[in-house]
Design a protein around this ligand. Structure first.
Ligand code: CMC
Length: 428
């Protein structure tokens, strides 16, 4: 596998490490043996660390490329639907017609959740954050299926993955209905994944929502765009939690907790709030100045990315989808959209953003789109959870399928107090 090596000189000693090359991306130096030499690599924030080998997703941040299993995100968004994407991410390729029919059938059958979950939800205030509810409901799911899933068996992992992909829209819609003080709506077997989600979200007891296909397509595309993004914070969390051999529902719950933060999945909610606060085009310069001011903690939400140092390809598709949804809803004059377009234009010409390579990311337009779709802003991150569950569980399965799989256990540089004696309390 390794053709070349890297040499490191420490205190007159020479160490040699193999270098591996993947299909694309920077070559990696295998430093696993360095611990035995009495050293650790030090990389807070993982700025220079490839934590694993993966065949699922590739991002070229400089060129603005995103591939799922080798397929460009633009082609997937235009030519496939979320069931194709989920199958592709988890099983390694797009499904054939019969594989897709079987997969859809299995997912539809697994969509309903246990009745007991409703009483778990009843324990939450209607004003509680939906992410807190999702985390708890997945914990509850773990309690029902834990004994029946042997994570060391591939077939069991596949079954768990299908359960998670199937039940997460039901759970998400239940959280929304609960926050509105309404009863949950059951999934229907004849509907597509995105249709079922909209049905469970917006139907009321005894009155089914009318399913507008432009809006259904937009939801489906949002799921596709958010389905995976290689080793981001939440996926790495799922891998880390999963590496202990924990329950898959619990590992995904850990991923949800990581996604909640405003620097990650919470950015779409924060971005919409920011656009509402800016409110008019003439106030943009003031916010741009604040984003550039080091003394001000304010950042332009929906801008910048750890990996993309170019336009996020998902943002381009999201902007188009945003146009389609606003047109369909008859709000092409939407003031937030106007603020967003102008903010993007000004920021892309501003020296600070140009020099730091800060471009709009997927969250810049997703908030406005979700808002126009009737989804409240406190549910945005939960929508991200719904879509990303497929990616998380694909990574979990990939990790556990490896022969060399082991628990993830980083080390540290200890810089605390040297050994000292405990003093009696009167002398401290
Ligand atoms: N507004 C203003 N300045 C920024 C921004 C921003 N949105 N993002 C980065 N910078 C500056 C930052 O202050 C730093 O400046 P300096 O070098 O002078 O100290 C420089 O750009 C590099 O930023 P960083 O924080 O070191 O970069 P990072 O890779 O650690 O952080 C990020 C990436 C996404 C957390 C950050 O860009 C950010 O906070 N963006 C806003 C939140 C956001 O939109 N998050 C969604 C990410 S996309 C969804 C996902 O995949 O999860």
């Amino acid at each position: 596998m390794s053709k070349s090596t890297a040499k490191m000189h420490i205190n007159q000693q020479e160490f040699e490490f193999p270098i591996y090359e993947g299909t694309y991306g920077a070559p990696v130096i295998d430093v696993t043996s360095i611990g035995k030499q009495g050293f650790y690599t030090f990389d807070p924030g993982f700025l220079g660390t490839a934590a694993c080998e993966s065949k699922i997703t590739f991002i070229d941040g400089a060129k603005g490329i995103l591939l799922y299993r080798g397929y460009p995100i633009e082609q997937l968004a235009e030519q496939t639907d979320f069931m194709d994407v989920a199958h592709c991410l988890f099983f390694g390729d797009l499904p054939t017609t019969s594989e897709k029919a079987t997969f859809i059938n299995e997912i539809n059958t697994l969509m309903p959740v246990k009745d007991e979950l409703h009483s778990v939800l009843d324990g939450f205030q209607t004003t509680g954050h939906p992410i807190a509810m999702q985390i708890s409901l997945l914990g509850a799911e773990a309690s029902y299926y834990h004994e029946a899933i042997d994570i060391n068996k591939s077939d069991d992992r596949v079954r768990a993955a299908k359960m998670l992909i199937a039940k997460i829209p039901t759970i998400t819609a239940m959280c929304f209905q609960h926050s509105q003080g309404h009863k949950p709506i059951q999934p229907e077997s004849g509907l597509s994944y995105a249709e079922n989600f909209m049905h469970m979200m917006f139907s009321k007891d005894g009155k089914d929502v009318e399913l507008n296909q432009t809006l259904v397509k937009a939801i489906d595309r949002i799921f596709t765009l958010h389905a995976d993004h290689e080793q981001n914070a939440s996926t790495s969390t799922v891998r880390l939690a999963g590496s202990t051999g924990t329950d898959p529902f619990a590992a995904v719950a850990a991923g949800i907790a990581a996604l909640w933060g405003p620097a990650h999945g919470g950015a779409n909610e924060s971005c919409l709030n920011m656009l509402r606060e800016i409110a008019s085009v003439d106030k943009i310069p003031e916010y741009i100045a604040r984003a550039k001011d080091k003394a001000d903690p304010f950042r332009l939400m929906g801008f910048g990315h750890r990996v993309y140092k170019n336009y996020d390809p998902r943002a381009t598709i999201m902007r188009k989808t945003c146009h389609e949804v606003l047109n369909e809803k008859g709000c092409h004059d939407d003031s937030l959209f106007k603020v967003a377009m102008e903010l993007e234009r000004i920021a892309l010409e501003d020296e600070y953003f140009v020099e730091k390579k800060l471009y709009p990311n997927v969250d810049f337009y997703s908030g406005i789109t979700l808002n126009a779709l009737g989804i409240p802003s406190n549910l945005f991150t939960s929508m991200f959870v719904l879509a990303r569950t497929t990616g998380w569980i694909s990574h979990w399965h990939e990790m556990l399928s490896r022969d060399d799989f082991r628990i993830s256990r980083p080390r540290q540089m200890y810089s605390g107090a040297a050994t000292r004696d405990v003093l009696p309390i009167t002398e401290r």
